[in-house]
Design a protein. Sequence first.
Length: 279
Amino acid sequence: MTTVTTDGVRSADATHKGGVAFGYCVSHAPQIFTQPKEEDPAELARMHDGYRAVARSVKEHNVDALIIVALDHLHNHFLNLVPQFTIFTGNPVVAQFNRRRIELNGSPELANSLMDGLLDRGFDPAFSQNEVLDHSFLVPLNFMVEEGLEAPVIPLIINAYVPPQPSIRRCNDLGKAIASWAEASGKRVGMVSTGGMSHYPGTDRFAEPDVAADHRVLGWLEAGETEKLVSMSAADLDAIGMVELRTWAVSLGARGDRVQVERHSYWDSGHCGYAVIEF
């Protein structure tokens, strides 16, 4: 059976395998991978350890697959076709950035089961079997692989940048639908979302992330007040440089309405708020 704790978090107990076993939200800035001399090595190491913690949770919870929720920086989805939600159903899963290329085991069977489950729950995701995922996937996955990640990976790509984007509430509802599918199918999955926090790439505000907004959002999530985040409009998210937190909303939704997060780390890099949270 699936239990619900007093704070509303779903968990899969020993008598029932299916459900979302854990969730993480992490940043994915390229500099976390390239490690330029301008960035604090100790803070980068904290981010790397956060990524490695995901791989350790995968092993600890013995999940059937890790669903990684990220985005596309106009590498695969541009003016020809921009789905709101895309599930990668192929094998292997390939990510590439800055001369680093990794291949991981996919699970077409589970990915297609997830597709069917979402269709049954009011969502109409696209699917792809031919994408090379960008740094939003590679940066965290690189360190998970170094930590020994072996479980199959199911990438879920959210349209965070090309208007009209899905509302952050719709993304949160998508996470709830993923949890419902996992519970009904008897599959145990882990969730990790990548993106954020505040940053303004390609604009004159690049060196001015909204650090106060970062701490405000983290405070909401630590208090179990996810509703404050998912109530934000597209304009609200854009104003504080957090359009990518649509990905966070998916994993948060998959873990329950009042999930309370634990902050592993946060650092203002001067161009982006780097964070790792677990729940």
